[in-house]
Design a binder for this molecule. Sequence first.
Ligand code: NAP
Length: 468
Amino acid sequence: MTEQKDPSLAAIDQVVAKAAAAADFWAQSPAAVRATLLNGLADALEGQQAELVAIADRESGLGEARLNGEVARTAFQLRGFASEVQAGVPYRQVASEAVAGAPPAGRPALVRVQRALGPVAMFSASNFPFAFSVLGGDTASALAAGCPVVVKPHSGHPELSRAVFELAAGVVRQQGLPEGVLTLVEAASRVGGTYLVQHPDIAAVAFTGSYQGGKALWQAANDRPRPVPFYGELGSINPLVALPAALESDSEGLARTLAASITLGCGQFCTSPGLIVLLDSPLSERFVAQLAEAIAPLATHRMLTPGMRQGFEAAAATVASHAAKVFEPAADGAGPAPRLFVTGASEFIANPHLREEMFGPAALVVRAASVEQVIEVLEAVGGSLTTTLWGAQAASDENRQLVRAAEKISGRVLFAGVPTGVAVCHAQQHGGPWPSSTTPHTTSVGYAALERFLRPVALQDAPAWVLG
Ligand code: NAP
């Protein structure tokens, strides 16, 4: 007797088969066709903005202002990738002409071209229902590279995922493109997600989410008979070093700015500053008091899911059992009251519990006795999307060492402002050493994200028709 396949897995087979069937067509599609799709998706999204934002708000609780901003960002990204395609980025070639004579100086003619990887499994993020979901940055960059996308929707916003997908599928149909260019896995489960990652026709995976979930899926991608690239953005605690030089003037203003960044979106940002590193000094003491005063009364909105709230409470309780509270949380909102904890650098370096991400409105202050110890704290963090250095403007030896330490552990180093808010542009880098990212040499935000889904091929002594 042959065993019946789980119907939800059989449904994934069907969806992936559509993507595989569309892969050659999409990989060879001209710039105008790809750009028209990306621009069409942006227009369609904006055309249904009000209805979609209402669904997103009901499911995520993120509020209309934030969600409208996210739609604008998503449309901007789609159009930005359309411009990249029109500028020829996915089609670029590098040629080395033939040189007569013996190697190493002599060589054949070589042309290095870029080829699309194939169908990409895209795991939507919980905390960006638009900008990192069905039509978000991963989808836009994969489509721009010439890869069909199979969306694994996030269980936190199923109705929105379906509505955005229906809208996108309508655009694909209207433009006469194969439906496999963009597909959605229905009734997705964790078993289904793992099955998708291991599907032989999936050529790469894009993921934004937790360390635990991301690591499990990264392992699944690597356990395949033929492993595929897994572009995962996992947890990050985003250290912010505030040196006394920065706290001499307007430290109250800086404290308010930092409090707003820690609590933005109820702290549910991958770039939320979760670790504040201060040098022992009266200015730092004053800053902690100002930060406490600024953050304690801030009321937050509800978290994305009850599970996320539970996760935050558990993570904050763990830190509370290893560090001191700066104040008793009391703010009265629909979400959790902000928390601020404090500990010493030696304790932070010795205790891995203090380095776990608290995904929510909380931060840990670490007091260090010297710049050397600040560097040891950064080394203990290991990998982070961002590190912020306030007060490192002078070209001193100590600041050079700090910058070097920050660059070693993070993909983006800020010298002013706060890490929340990630600009979509050519110079952006969103990804850092493990655990913030599984591929620290790539970015998931900005136009370089497209390169993740291209594979170079060197064509040697190729006839002209191959180079087209
Ligand atoms: P998540 O639990 O990792 O879920 C992300 C995606 O992976 C979802 O599609 C989920 O499926 C799937 N998944 C999770 N664990 C899996 C497993 N073991 N096997 C197969 N698939 C799995 O992330 P989340 O729901 O967005 O948030 C949970 C926590 O992640 C937060 O509390 C926070 O700590 C962290 N987080 C971090 C970032 C960041 O950027 N650093 C962003 C968001 C969240 P289901 O939808 O079916 O559950």
